[in-house]
Write a protein that binds this ligand. Structure first.
Ligand code: PEP
Ligand code: MG
Length: 909
């Protein structure tokens, strides 16, 4: 059997203004552990503790529980002793017990995705010690019942069995509340709490067959292993997949002395942000609750109060609460505990300055002493991300390069989504008001359960509160609405991270899961009814509301401008219409890298001519049909060239399999036969003749142009005539004619000759000329291998990585969906290769093609126009391959621009 032999630290201590680790050690200590160490070292009051490394998690996965305990036992015992010294308490002691928390902490924050156990160390004896020490019997028993509940759920698997069930412990509590005729947890008497402890333990014994563990060390090992197990739980796996984090990272485990926010009115707990995570505004903000534990704030069971006076006033305005009423019933921490607030305000500034980024902090006040439990770079919306980066640049906190590196390119997508039309909003019927937890506009049909979020095309997930189990559904839904919970509730934090519209804490909503009804005052909304959410104001609106294009902020323009200072690659767009071309230009596209001409033939008035061309048996017949298509194509190109005035436009010759154009329905076949004055059976025969077993590898691309040269002739003529027509109007067009799907140099040479001859003919007819280039797609593996031979004849290469991926993997683009999902789930593939370029495999072909091409033509222009051209990691690869440009769909242009600048910055370092 494998055992662990080598000697190295697996446990790192922190606390008392000292630490074994630091913030650089995120991979080993996890984000939380590294930050706790760093905070402790810079003098922030962190409850003492230790971190078991992520490597131990990996060891656990391969070697199992007993071996891992054996390997870390001594270090853990030593670390517990260190905590005992700082806190003046003893683990498992009857008189003065040390209580600890056990939390997960991966190298990146995965909020709520893994498990936590609090109050560990309590048992029937230790609880009496806690009573003595705190002189607070109620608090001690309440902590004990919370511990059993949490440990039971996380470590012993005491969870609801179906989605309609409630938590088995909650059920016991509800039962007792009914019996006692009370409503709130806070109304339980000490005797009630003691009864609950007894009943909880009884329930554990009944359901698991074992007694609840009383030895604190057994409890500790159980919790540590449960945290390791939660790394491979469904929630964590889904979150990893969504964000592309590999499974072998593992999670660290943080064990820390407990501090209590629920020890009376001079205790409390809260979450705060050094800047606004929704808008990016530079204002300290957050929420707290008096006499509560941390999860009470995040779970949103009680609606928390604001930390600052300013935040409190803003909140009251939204909640329509009078100032006097607010000040009395919902005072801010600033007003209620001014000296604690001042201390907290100092720490938030220290921490933001230290990390030079917006921080998301958790704190607890235990009987008048402030403890900072954790800090991390705060999750934020796309808009906040851009604003904070630009603001911190202007404040001189970070430099231009860092500002650009702060942008997560894919998050820019959020800024480009539609917002509610201001006119439509004026007519909107606002039925209730919640907190503007995550900005954006969402319209959808109500669903009440996360696993039904895909029941309709657009859904609004409507919950009393959300929990980490709801993550997948939250991701699918268009918007999230909760009745409970503040700006730092699970729903709010996760939604902001996803860039998803969310309205939280709408107290007027009464949600009835059983009958699937949402009630607001005397109105009812059922599952499937339409509602709209305005995540920027917190408005909940009846029915659908029209949307409009967003207005981009000044900061967005500034960050885009900044990217030009660094990127060495150009960003072009894939556009088939003047409209798309204009959108892309407004986002800063520097040309068109791919116009797919086949898309132009699918329009109703053209498909007929196209079909006639395909069905024609003679060159004469084909040419006749092509003559009809010529003027249409010319107008298309004129529109696109005009929209891209002066910028290069790559037009690709016809590519799709011909059978896509022929009619498959009898009625259309009859119509075509009549139009062409041929028999129905002739049409049917032709359709059958064109049928291919594998159209993706069939009669498409330059194989069409080489078998039907008149198509290439017509398209070239349309391109060149369009450019000449614009020239007459004083508009410069820069066409680049691109041949698709070549595998041999001869295929290209043959097409090039037709293009050249046709262009020369047009120049002669018009007695005028324009500059143009002739290049090729590199999308068949053989073309990449033969790139030096092909480059001798080509002005440019454009990598078609969609086809290159298809052919290198041997996965049909049309059919891969059937098995790719399973491959991703099983980890056979880490990414969908059609989405993220497979750098190590397909990437070799791209690299080789570029290098070989430039051997014969050193200045060969090289770009990419497959879908990967707008995917950040693939853009970085293209930069490192020395490409001249990437080309992507219009809405991905800003993403590619930032990714290109980031790649250039990274290669400077
Ligand atoms: C490609 O294959 O990458 C490409 C851009 O062409 P299409 O997707 O049209 O086949
Ligand atoms: Mg292709």
């Amino acid at each position: 059997m494998d055992t662990i032999t080598e000697v190295k630290a697996r446990v790192y201590k922190f606390g008392n203004k000292k630490a074994d680790g630091n913030s650089e050690m995120k991979n080993l200590l996890g984000g939380k552990g590294a930050n706790l160490a760093e905070m402790s070292a810079i003098g922030i009051p962190v409850p003492p503790g230790f971190t078991i490394t992520t490597e131990v998690c990996t060891e656990y996965n391969s070697l199992g529980r007993e071996n891992v305990i054996e390997a870390i036992k001594e270090e853990v015992e030593e670390s517990i002793e260190a905590i005992e010294k700082v806190m003046g308490t003893t683990f498992g002691d009857k008189e003065n017990p040390l209580l600890i928390s056990v939390r997960s902490g991966a190298r990146v924050s995965m909020p709520g995705m893994m498990d936590t156990v609090l109050n560990l160390g309590l048992n029937d004896e230790a609880v009496l010690g806690l009573v003595k020490r705190t002189n607070n019997e109620r608090f001690a028993w309440d902590s004990y019942r919370r511990f059993i509940q949490m440990y039971g759920g996380v470590v012993l698997g005491m969870k609801p069995q179906t989605k309609e069930d409630i938590d088995p412990f909650e059920e016991i509590m509800e039962h007792l509340k009914d019996k006692r005729g009370i409503q709130l947890d806070t109304e339980f008497t000490i005797q009630d709490l003691q009864d609950l402890v007894y009943d909880f333990k009884d329930a554990v014994k009944k359901q698991t067959g074992h007694d609840f563990p009383t030895d604190p060390w057994d409890q500790l090992w159980g919790a540590v292993m449960a945290v390791f197990d939660s790394w491979n739980g469904n929630r964590a796996i889904y979150y990893r997949k969504m964000n592309g984090y590999p499974a072998d990272w593992g999670t660290a485990v943080n064990v820390q002395a407990m501090v209590y926010g629920n020890m009376g009115l001079n205790s409390g707990t809260g979450v705060c942000f050094t800047r606004d995570a929704g808008t990016g505004e530079n204002v300290f903000n957050g929420e707290y609750l008096i006499d509560a534990q941390g999860e009470d704030v995040v779970a949103g069971v009680r609606t928390p109060q604001q930390i600052t006076k300013l935040g409190s006033e803003r909140w009251a305005e939204l909640a329509k609460i009078e100032e006097a009423d607010r000040a009395e019933n919902y005072p801010s921490l600033e007003e209620l505990m001014p000296s604690i607030y001042a201390e907290l305000n100092d720490y938030q500034q220290t921490l933001e300055d230290h990390y030079s980024d917006m921080q998301d902090m958790e704190f607890t006040i235990q009987e008048g002493k402030l403890w900072i439990l954790q800090t991390r770079n705060g999750k934020r919306t796309g808009a906040a991300m851009v604003k904070i980066a630009i603001d911190q640049l202007k404040e001189g906190v970070i430099d231009e390069k860092e500002a650009l590196l702060r942008i997560e390119p894919n998050k820019l997508d959020e800024l480009l989504h539609p917002v509610f039309d201001t006119n439509a909003l004026q007519r909107a019927n606002v039925i209730a008001q919640g907190l503007p937890a995550s900005p954006g506009a969402a319209t959808g049909q109500i669903v009440f359960f996360a696993d039904e979020a895909d029941k309709y095309k657009n859904t609004i997930l409507t919950r009393i509160e959300t929990s980490p189990e709801d993550l997948e559904g939250m991701n699918i839904a268009k918007g999230i609405l909760t009745a409970r919970g503040g700006m730092t509730s699970h729903a709010a934090v996760v939604a902001r991270g996803m860039g998803k519209c969310c309205v939280s804490g709408a107290g007027a909503l009464k949600i009835d899961y059983k009958n699937r009804v949402l009630r607001v005052d005397d109105k009812e909304y059922h599952e499937g009814d339409w509602i709209s959410l305005n995540g920027s104001t917190g408005n909940i609106i009846e029915g659908k509301v029209a949307t409009m294009e967003p207005e981009l902020s000044g900061e967005f323009g500034e960050i885009m401008e900044l990217s030009n200072n660094y990127s060495t690659m150009q960003v072009r767009t894939n556009a088939d219409s003047p409209k798309d071309a204009k959108v892309a230009r407004s986002f800063g596209a520097q040309g068109i890298g791919l116009t797919r001409t086949e898309h132009m033939f699918f329009e109703v008035d053209r498909i007929k001519a196209m079909r006639e061309m395909i069905l024609a048996d003679t060159i004469k017949g084909r040419k006749h049909a092509l003559e009809d298509l010529l003027p249409m194509q010319r107008t298309d190109f004129e529109g696109i060239f005009e929209a891209m005035e002066g910028l290069p436009v790559t037009v690709r010759l016809l590519d799709p399999p011909l059978h896509e154009f022929v009619p498959h329905q009898l009625a259309t076949q009859k119509e075509l036969a009549e139009d062409m004055h041929i028999s129905l059976s002739a049409v049917k025969n032709k359709v059958a003749e064109l049928q291919e077993f594998n159209p993706m590898l069939g009669h498409r691309g330059c194989r069409l142009g080489n078998t039907y040269p008149e198509i290439t002739e017509m398209q070239t003529r349309a391109i060149i005539e369009a450019a000449l027509n614009l020239k007459e109007k004083g508009i410069i067009a820069k066409p680049e004619i691109m041949v698709p799907l070549i595998g041999t140099a001869n295929e290209f040479i043959e097409q090039k000759q037709i293009i050249k001859e046709t262009a020369d003919k047009v120049f002669e007819e018009r007695n005028d000329s324009v500059e143009y280039q002739i290049g090729t797609m590199i999308e068949i593996p053989r073309a990449a291998l033969m790139a030096d031979k092909i480059a001798e004849h080509a002005d440019f290469f454009s990598f078609g990585t969609n086809d290159l991926t298809q052919m290198a993997f041997g996965y049909s683009r049309d059919d891969a969906g059937k098995f790719l999902a399973v491959y991703l789930e099983k980890g056979i593939l880490t990414h969908d290769p059609f989405e993220v370029l497979d750098q190590e495999g397909v990437g070799q072909l791209v690299k080789m093609g570029t290098e070989r091409g430039r051997v014969s033509k050193p200045n060969l222009k090289v770009g990419i126009c497959g879908e990967h051209g707008g995917e950040p990691s693939s853009v970085e690869f293209c930069h490192n391959t020395n490409m001249n440009y990437v080309s992507c769909s219009p809405f991905r242009v800003p993403i590619a621009r930032i990714a290109a600048a980031q790649a250039a910055i990274k290669s400077l370092n």
